[in-house]
Design a protein around this ligand. Structure first.
Ligand SMILES: [Zn+2]
Ligand SMILES: [Zn+2]
Length: 345
């Protein structure tokens, strides 16, 4: 089959690789869509401790089952599916405590396992049994199903930070993830959603109805804007949906008393130290939280929300490239001209 292989850092080539070999407990998926997320771009430039090159990247995957092993009973050839990238081991300290999100040995597609920038994906037995294969409703497109992975991560974050009815939610970062957070906050019945972004030009491509106010952080004082919008009370929840130390440092000052701040975007490993005013945590009881990844349950919930049309994400994939043009796709994704870019093998 054909696959986009990262041979070494910043060297991505399309080449023939062996077809996945079906095993009795496994399935093979014909990949229809695999989107490019910020993590893939970071791996392209810097590699990753969990990835041995050469390797096939891509973890936001949707497709159609093309072959099913003899021991698999609940999946069928032809099923339209979304794949959750992480596979928990079921045996480690955290898995035994029912906290499989923190699994100590969780191989993932596009990391230890070959990813979705290929014509076919092998889903090994262990992954099938853990439940990473979710069937999608006829009304949900493959593109939405690939993005459901991102929605699932956002869902988990908003549960952690208890976004609820009547809340004021500030989302910092207007990439696809930030837009999904805004829409999800509205679906979670937030009273007011404020989006903070510095490259507002990019926002012209998408519907911003779910954001009650857009604050351009290049042009205005974000803290003063949030104070004015909330009659001095500031936000209940602040979600930092970008990889910016400065945004993380500022986030605490945007949260009101008892507010929750969620660091949704990671920082580069050598630049991950920040300075915060710890009195905001002590006197104002602002809690500092983080979220990373999702479980198959989050993914199922995301797919269910999409099937019920509780929020739309289909417009966030603004650019599509065939697998043959994966290098151009990565360069384009990095330009931040488009919103979300997808590979259609
Ligand atoms: Zn991703
Ligand atoms: Zn585990």
């Amino acid at each position: 089959m054909k696959a986009g292989v990262l041979e070494r850092v910043e060297s991505l080539v399309v080449k023939e690789v062996p077809d996945p070999q079906l095993e009795p407990g496994a399935i093979v998926v014909k990949v229809k869509v695999c989107s490019i997320c910020g993590t893939d771009l970071r791996i392209y430039h810097y590699g990753h401790a969990r990835i041995k090159l050469p390797h096939i990247l891509g973890h936001e995957i949707a497709g159609q089952i093309s072959a099913v092993g003899s021991r698999v009973s609940d999946c069928h050839a032809g099923d339209r599916v979304a794949i959750t990238p992480r596979i928990a081991c079921g045996k480690c300290f955290y898995c035994r405590k029912d906290q499989d999100i923190y699994c100590l040995n969780n191989p993932s597609f596009g990391y230890q396992l070959p990813g979705g920038y290929a014509e076919y994906l092998l889903v090994p037995e262990r992954a099938v049994r853990y439940g990473v294969v979710n069937t999608i409703d006829d009304t949900v497109s493959f593109e939405e199903a690939a993005l459901a992975e991102t929605l699932a991560c956002c869902l988990r974050a908003q549960k952690t930070s208890q976004v609820s009815s009547g809340d004021t939610v500030v989302v910092v970062g207007g990439g696809p993830v930030g837009i999904i957070h805004c829409r999800l906050a509205k679906a979670n019945d937030a009273a007011r959603v404020v989006l903070v972004e510095r490259e507002t030009k990019r926002l012209e491509q998408v519907n911003l109805d779910s954001s009650d106010k857009i604050v351009d952080s290049q042009k205005s004082n974000v803290e003063a804007e949030i104070l004015a919008l909330t009659e001095g009370n500031k936000a209940d929840v602040v979600i930092v949906a970008c990889s910016s130390a400065q945004a993380q440092e500022q986030a605490l000052s945007l949260a009101g008393k008892g507010g929750r701040v969620n660091f949704f975007g990671g920082l580069p490993p050598d630049q991950s130290r920040i300075t915060i005013d710890s009195n905001l945590v002590h006197y104002s009881e602002v809690s500092l939280q983080g979220s990373h990844g999702s479980t198959p349950d989050d993914n199922r919930e995301a797919l269910d929300m999409l099937a019920r049309r509780l929020l739309r994400i289909d417009d966030l994939i603004t650019h599509r490239f065939p697998l043959d043009s994966i290098r151009e796709a990565f360069i384009f994704a990095e330009s931040r001209i488009g919103m979300h870019t997808a590979i259609l093998p």
